[in-house]
Design a binder for this molecule. Structure first.
Ligand code: 13P
Ligand code: SF4
Length: 346
């Protein structure tokens, strides 16, 4: 391990500003120690868009984040994902063929009254679809702002691919659950009991397999055993969990809330395990636990490890970069429209 770490430092020193290594908060410590920047999806997208010096961006996160970085950087900047298996199960829940089919069904019912919005956790093709139809991307940091904006454009919106972030955010803006329908892309039907004309938000039936592991039972257990504990969760958790918790917000929000909390305060956190462990280590003055005692890792984020990082860096050193992420020009152009709408609003 020591040898591998030394090699990574050596390559980083040799490349200097020509190499940029951004890391998502869910990455392992063995990778985060080398980060030039850590952040949530929004911050990492902004940093990629601003970076003019790097020739190589070795993205320690998941596939859709590396795609986003490629879209937002110059043609000659090379984005690398150290392990191609680092996908996101949620992003994979909406493919473009399913989305076009859903759009057709939606248009038949609602005509031109719907704006498509996608969580940044989606493929470049889905972002391009939204860009093509006047929509935008959102992250968990700005979903509220972007949904408010969406309603200045159209009467209704289609929110892809995370039903929970869509439902939680729309509800926090005062939209009742009765005005939200779920589109099931497998059955190709709406899940909705009432009159579809009353619907304001169409939620894609996708979810995060990590955040769905936090349950109301976990919350009930904490309330019973540690009633003075604050419960804070990511809005990818279900509506019921978000409602039963004390606070909810993006990874950055969670980090900052706990950082600014008084010494001695107690917290149960409902988000990915690597981040929770890091927050616990950084705040020995606070009592912090994972909301789910079995801890929930994001298996795909975890695929980026020290050996894969070194392997990717050595390929750059040899001038034969491997695992390059390249979004086709046509898709990138339309996806950029959706991303820029978001970046202009935050
Ligand atoms: P944020 O980084 O926007 O909080 O999202 C969390 C996540 O699940 C990333 O995949
Ligand atoms: Fe995707 Fe969930 Fe992992 Fe985030 S935590 S990358 S949404 S599977």
């Amino acid at each position: 391990v020591k040898e591998m770490e030394e090699r990574v430092w050596e390559i980083k020193r040799a490349f200097g500003e020509k190499l940029f290594l951004p890391c998502h908060h869910y990455q392992k410590d063995e990778v985060v120690q080398f980060a030039d920047a850590t952040g949530d999806s929004l911050k990492l997208a902004q940093l990629a868009a601003e970076n003019e010096k790097a020739e190589y961006i070795v993205f320690c996160g998941v596939h859709f984040m590396a795609e986003t970085a490629d879209i937002l950087t110059r043609e000659d900047q090379i984005v690398i994902l150290p392990d191609m298996r680092a996908g996101c199960s949620m992003a994979d829940m909406a493919d473009i063929v399913q989305t076009e089919k859903a759009w057709k069904a939606i248009q038949e019912i609602y005509g031109d009254t719907v704006l498509p919005i996608t969580y940044i956790n989606s493929t470049a093709a889905i972002k391009a679809f939204c860009g093509r139809h006047g929509g935008a991307t959102v992250t968990s940091s700005n979903a509220k702002k972007m949904i408010e904006w969406a309603f200045t454009q159209k009467e209704r919106l289609l929110f892809l691919p995370d039903q929970h972030l869509g439902r939680n955010t729309a509800y926090s803006l005062g939209i009742p659950l009765e005005q939200m329908a779920v589109w099931d892309p497998i059955a190709e039907t709406f899940e909705y009991d009432g009159d579809l004309q009353d619907v304001k938000v169409i939620l894609w039936k996708g979810h995060c397999s990590v955040h769905e592991n936090f349950t109301v039972e976990n919350i009930a257990e904490i309330r019973k055993t540690k009633p003075d504990m604050n419960i804070i969760v990511h809005p990818e958790c279900t509506y019921e969990v978000v409602q039963a918790s004390d606070y909810n917000g993006s990874t950055n929000y969670i980090i900052n809330t706990i950082k600014n909390a008084p010494s001695g305060s107690k917290w149960a956190i409902g988000t990915e395990m690597n981040l929770v462990k890091r927050i616990i280590a950084e705040h020995p003055d606070k009592e912090i636990v994972s909301l789910n005692p079995h801890m929930c890792p994001c298996l795909t984020m975890n695929r980026i490890d020290l050996p894969h990082l070194l392997w990717a860096l050595e390929s750059i050193e040899k001038n034969e970069p491997l695992n390059e992420i390249k979004v086709s020009k046509d898709i990138a152009k339309e996806a950029m429209l959706a991303l820029n709408k978001m970046l202009q609003h935050v």
